[in-house]
Design a protein around this ligand. Structure first.
Ligand code: 5AD
Ligand code: SF4
Length: 466
């Protein structure tokens, strides 16, 4: 048998890219590739790129510069190294990458990476290959399944794509162009994926999609099912301890989703609900299709059924035309809502989006200053949120051995890392932990259950809502 070929994959950007990278690894495992952590001994290097902001795509070209050196070195030793650019930069700038970067052998978009084996063969034959089509056939149907050993190696928490693409067309955003229009996967396919994962030790599933609560996949009854109904269905699968979903649009929060938060203990009370701005004028210019008051009402609907729910969000500062008054409205909204954490970004004009043609650019220095003020407010809220956990006893899903010998690390319902001293057979279990201190972003605590009784309560609470 020939030695396995080595694959090095580097992913940028969102959770969907992390998921796509795993599916590329699964696809290539069937072609005899094994993953390697080092670029230098790789036979195949894949950059799974992100186009959401300027800096993200700049990184690709600087990485390609480094790969040219590694590829030349391999050639000196008579070894072929294929370089693939995948992901959203590939989709948006495929032809330009081929022109600008001779080091690249294959360019493949996010909707066609199931064709990687054929594209690699084509590159070997013809020199280069490019595929940025949005194929009619279902990418998911064409993708080979992960091997059980690969699922186990990835740990107790896994992503499952339930929908892809977006029809919202926020004026700043490239996603509708790079990922395409909104497509939801059928319920039966998602259930198969989830069962395969839980059969192999996965306890927590995060349903992912660019606009996950626009989900409307076909149910077993032939009708489109909303996300809340899908969550109810998945919560009944044995082995599921925790369900999450990301990312949501405030406009698509329907009653089924609120009811799922009311009825399902397995559905974690932590929701990422981007708002981008607190100014109605800017929200309109962004084409977000809601006001700040409507966003607050959505938050209130969640809080009415789950008082312990916490939120995170995304913000853009310096959108074209943003005045000091608009920015003050963003700070006021953040102060009112009170977040467990949030991401904030400086506006970056993306080619081909409507906002890129807007005048009244905000000066870079002003953006820097607003970003710092917003981040300071968010950091203080996050710190207060984490601090408030000290002294409480909460459920933790244990994930892996920590760096400190003897310590196991898991996550609370709010994704806060929590460390305890314990034997490693608690990995994969949900156990109560009394939290005693906070070190930067990590909580430290002790198990609130004696090891003898560990096994019984581990799965039971999460399944009761089914
Ligand atoms: N400039 C800055 N931030 C952006 N985002 C999306 N597009 C842009 C852009 N052009 C941010 C939004 C989104 C997150 C994933 O990235 O806040 O929610
Ligand atoms: Fe982009 Fe999200 Fe708006 Fe869709 S809803 S266009 S993914 S920011």
């Amino acid at each position: 048998m020939s030695a396995p070929r080595k694959l090095h994959i580097k992913s940028y950007g969102c959770q969907m890219n992390v998921y796509d990278a795993q599916r590329m690894v699964d696809t290539l495992a069937h072609e005899g590739f094994v993953e390697t952590a080092s670029v230098d001994d790789a036979d195949l290097v894949i950059l799974n790129t992100c186009h959401i902001r300027e800096k993200a795509s700049e990184k690709v070209y600087s990485e390609l510069g480094r790969l040219r050196v590694a590829k030349d070195e391999a050639a000196r030793h008579d070894r072929r190294m294929d370089v693939v650019v995948a992901g959203c930069v590939a989709q948006a700038e495929g032809a330009e990458i081929i022109r600008r970067a001779p080091v690249v052998d294959v360019v493949v978009g996010p909707q066609s990476y199931h064709n990687l084996p054929q594209l690699l063969a084509r590159a070997k034959r013809d020199g280069r290959a490019l595929d940025t089509e949005f194929p009619i056939e279902d990418k998911f149907a064409a993708l080979p399944q992960p091997k059980p050993a690969a699922i186990r190696a990835r740990g107790v928490s896994a992503f499952v794509t339930v929908q892809e693409g977006c029809d919202k067309f926020c004026t700043f955003c490239v996603v509708p162009y790079t990922r395409g229009t909104e497509v939801s996967r059928p319920v039966a396919r998602i259930v198969e994926d989830v069962k395969r994962l839980t059969d192999n030790g996965v306890r927590e599933i995060t349903l992912i999609g660019q606009n996950v609560n626009a989900y409307h996949g076909e149910g077993p009854d032939g009708q489109p099912w909303p996300l809340g109904k899908l969550l109810h269905h998945l919560a009944a699968i044995p082995g599921i301890a925790r369900l999450r979903y990301s990312t949501s649009h405030p406009r698509d929060v329907d009653d089924t989703l609120i009811e799922a938060h009311r009825d399902l203990p397995a559905l974690m009370p932590f929701v990422h609900l981007p708002v981008q701005s607190g100014s109605d004028r800017i929200l309109a210019a962004m084409n977000r299709k809601h006001t700040a008051a409507e966003y607050r009402r959505v938050i209130d609907r969640f809080r009415a059924v789950r008082p312990d729910i916490a939120f995170s969000s995304d913000f853009i500062v310096g959108f074209p035309g943003e005045t000091e008054q608009d920015f003050a409205a963003t700070l006021a909204l953040v102060a009112q809502i009170g977040y467990a954490g949030a991401y904030s970004f400086k506006y970056s004009a993306r080619p081909g989006t409507p906002a890129a043609d807007m005048q009244e650019m905000v000066a870079t220095a002003t953006m820097d200053e607003r970003l710092a003020r917003l981040q300071e407010l968010i950091d203080s809220q996050q710190h207060a949120f984490n601090q408030a956990a000290i002294g409480t006893t909460v459920d933790v899903l244990f994930e892996r051995a920590a760096r400190n010998p003897g310590q196991i690390v898991g996550r609370t319902a709010y994704l806060q890392p929590a460390h305890v001293m314990a034997p490693d057979d608690i990995i994969g279990q949900v156990l109560p932990v009394t939290l005693s201190s906070l070190e930067r972003y990590s909580l430290l605590g002790t198990l609130a259950t004696s090891p003898a009784t560990i096994h019984a309560p581990a799965t039971a609470p999460a399944l009761t809502g089914a």
